[in-house]
Write a protein that binds this ligand. Structure first.
Ligand code: F3S
Length: 697
């Protein structure tokens, strides 16, 4: 049985062996007496207790991931929580990536320097904590976690977690990667298994030649893994599949997965991981694909040749328009600003060499005709490796010189609301188009009046004309209006003639290979005994924390609701719309009557804790849920009591008592999906308290 190193940069980062994974997955398959999907093989090869129940959609899996990645926004609290356990070193290979805190303002170099100044205390803390606890640290400028995972850590058939919903980007290399919360990340760092309801599995059979489809075609994917297979796979590149995996998060999928393909092998070899490719090809034949006859909970067929480019928005990726109907949709919605004010490309979603070279080919066509984009074009490479490769090959120059675009730092920036624009003031209505993955209110520039459109997920085709998402955005920057269809419309030239784009052409891989860059990498230390944590005692951002208190043994009586959220709410309430006032991250402090941000109001006010964070309730899909009709009865400015905590156990509903404004009280049952272990965590105050106590034994 031959083993391979799962992270070439980290000699102690663990090894893997396909024969071993196969043996574990086969044993479970024999017990279940049925063929397995690829998703099941990977999940079952990583079970903490292989003898456990394995009912899709109901069993709770306890899984042992091989790796964890955190970004700097949630690594701060996660590491502080980990430190509070006194466990001396992380128990799973872990990396921290400084990508979320870099504001996009004046361009890459200036923005990076400014971020280092503004976030100095955060970066110093993260760097020292990584050193102390055996964690790899990727410094500001290294790039976005998903791109770096793809370049350095992902491998076929592996299983990992990342504290960000787009972690399934690693699917492009056949890795099952799941986005988790920061707290779950802390648990696995401390050695706990990761628990998740056994996902159902949607099988997507691809046929036809390279073409397009949208993830929006796969509706209702929450709590599902989307597993792709079929003859059409051979026309997809590993980086294209990464984009598909990344975008699966937008339809709520737990993750996405692809069987091993030749393109994955090519990418692994180009990025210095020949050994993994060889092992996958010689030892992974059974493990890295689904069994014949394996059954899916749902089955979808997509002919890659059929579909048309889409532009989705504004304000939600669910509002989908094919490129040929976008103009009519704009007519029907007079409130949409029709002129585009900016175009943005890159991010973790589409930073492949293929994406950039194809987009550059369109710019070259337009430049040759004497055209330049009519609106600012902002380019955010996903990593230093891809940026340096594009620079070496003269591709970056096409964006910055020929198109007059602005190169942004290798970071999330404008994708995560960190875009400080000088051209538009807050509240000013305008439209933008990006090839990023999200377009919720304020997602790019923090301006709720910005109508953000995203070019639709993945790859598009119109008959034989292939447009990748980045290309749609770049081409539309020349039309500068949402009425412009770059596949059909012409642009006027100064000489009275017209110009029309022809299909873009690019290279899947760089001919000279990738420009490997470890300039921004700090490897995990082996001997951390003398490392001092760097925490500025005057810091208002970083503070050591005491472990949470155990549950006091009583039901929660008359606690005030912090916020009732309207519309979609992702993992952070700071991006949530308050149903009471329609504003983002704005709730009333009921002690003072003043409005403030959610964290400031949820925190201590005048030395008094205002809100007890006892319960998060949703209509569906979270730990505690209730029917919509009951959800409507709860007021964002009201009060509730929570009963049943003394008998809190798997399968036993809690009771929420709503205290209505007129004094009436009404009880409603609240379903939860806590396992016995999670109930234990609640009683102990946190999972960490349990893990720390176990570590002391
Ligand atoms: Fe960052 Fe946006 Fe990706 S926030 S991780 S670039 S989705």
């Amino acid at each position: 049985m031959s083993r391979f190193s799962i992270a070439s940069l980290e000699p102690d980062g663990g090894t893997e062996c396909y024969a071993d994974l196969e043996r574990k997955a086969r044993a479970v398959g024999e017990r279940l007496r049925r063929p397995l999907t690829l998703s099941e093989k990977i999940l079952y090869a990583h079970l903490a207790h292989p003898e456990q129940d394995l009912e899709r959609g109901s069993s709770h899996l306890a899984l042992l991931p091989k790796r964890l990645a955190l970004h700097d926004a949630n690594a701060q609290l996660a590491l502080l929580q980990f430190i509070s356990t006194s466990i001396p070193r992380v128990r799973i290979p872990t990396s921290v990536h400084t990508d979320h805190l870099i504001t996009a303002r004046n361009g890459a170099a200036a923005d990076l320097e400014e971020a280092k100044r503004v976030n100095e205390e955060v970066y110093k803390f993260l760097q020292s904590a990584c050193d102390k606890y055996g964690i790899a640290y990727w410094k500001p400028g290294a790039g976005i976690l998903h791109q770096i995972i793809f370049e350095q850590y992902a491998y076929p058939g592996g299983f990992m977690l990342g504290t960000d919903s787009h972690t399934p980007n690693a699917a492009g290399l056949g890795m099952l990667a799941i986005g988790c919360g920061g707290m779950e990340g802390v648990d696995v760092m401390a050695g706990a298994a990761y628990e998740i309801k056994h996902p159902k599995i949607i099988g997507v059979e691809l046929s036809g030649k390279l073409g397009g489809w949208t993830s929006a075609k796969v509706k209702g994917a929450t709590d599902h893994i989307i597993e792709y297979y079929g003859a059409g796979l051979s026309s997809l590149s590993a980086t294209g599949m990464a984009t598909i995996g990344n975008m699966g998060a937008e339809v709520g999928a737990t993750s996405s997965i692809f069987p091993y393909t030749r393109s994955m092998g090519e990418y692994l070899r180009l990025t210095g991981r020949e050994g993994i490719a060889r092992e996958a090809e010689t030892e992974g034949e059974w493990y890295l694909r689904s069994d014949k006859g394996a059954s899916y909970d749902r089955h979808i067929q997509i002919d890659l040749s059929d579909l048309e480019p889409h532009v989705n928005g504004p304000f939600t990726p669910d509002l989908s328009h094919s490129i040929s109907t976008l103009s009519a949709a704009a007519e029907e919605n007079p409130s949409w600003p029709k002129e585009l004010s900016a175009a943005l490309i890159g991010s973790c979603t589409n930073s492949s060499y293929e994406d950039f070279t194809r987009a550059a080919s369109l710019i070259k066509q337009a430049s040759a005709a004497g055209l330049v984009p009519k609106i600012p074009l902002l380019v955010a490479p996903g990593s230093e490796e891809i940026r340096a490769t594009l620079e070496r090959d003269g591709v970056l120059d096409v964006f910055t010189h020929d198109a007059g675009g602005t190169l942004l730092a290798n970071a999330c920036g404008a994708c995560v609301g960190q875009w400080e624009r000088a051209d538009v003031v807050k509240g000013q209505r305008n439209s933008i188009i990006s090839s990023f993955n999200r377009n919720f209110v304020g997602r790019q520039d923090g301006n709720s009046a910005t109508h953000s459109f995203v070019s639709s997920p993945e790859i598009y085709a119109s008959k034989d004309v292939f447009f990748f998402r980045q290309q749609v955005v770049v081409a539309m920057s020349y039309g500068a209006t949402i009425h412009f269809n770059p596949l059909m419309d012409s642009l006027p030239l100064p000489n009275g003639r017209t110009f029309r784009f022809t299909p873009p052409a690019g290279n899947i891989w760089p001919k000279q290979g990738y420009q490997r860059s470890l300039e921004f990498y700090q490897p995990p230390k082996n001997d951390e005994a003398d490392v001092q944590l760097e925490i500025d005692p005057r810091s208002e951002r970083i503070q050591l924390i005491a472990p949470f208190e155990p549950w006091g043994g009583e039901d929660a009586q008359e606690v005030e609701t912090l916020i009732k959220v309207k519309g979609k709410c992702k993992n952070l309430l700071i991006g949530a719309i308050n149903s009471e006032n329609g504003k983002v991250n704005c709730v009333m402090n009921r002690l003072t009557g003043a409005y403030g941000t959610i964290p400031s109001v949820a925190n201590t006010t005048e030395g008094k804790r205002l809100i007890s964070p006892i319960l998060v309730i949703a209509e569906r899909d979270v730990a505690c849920d209730i029917p919509a009709a009951d959800y409507d009865k709860i007021s964002g400015m009201g009060m509730i009591s929570v009963h049943g905590l003394k008998t809190f156990a798997p399968g036993c509903d809690l009771q929420v008592e709503i205290v209505h404004k007129d004094g009436r009280r009404e009880r409603i049952p609240v379903r939860h999906n806590f396992t016995a272990r999670q109930v234990n965590y609640f009683m102990a105050g946190s999972a960490l308290n349990v893990l720390a106590a176990d570590a002391d034994k």
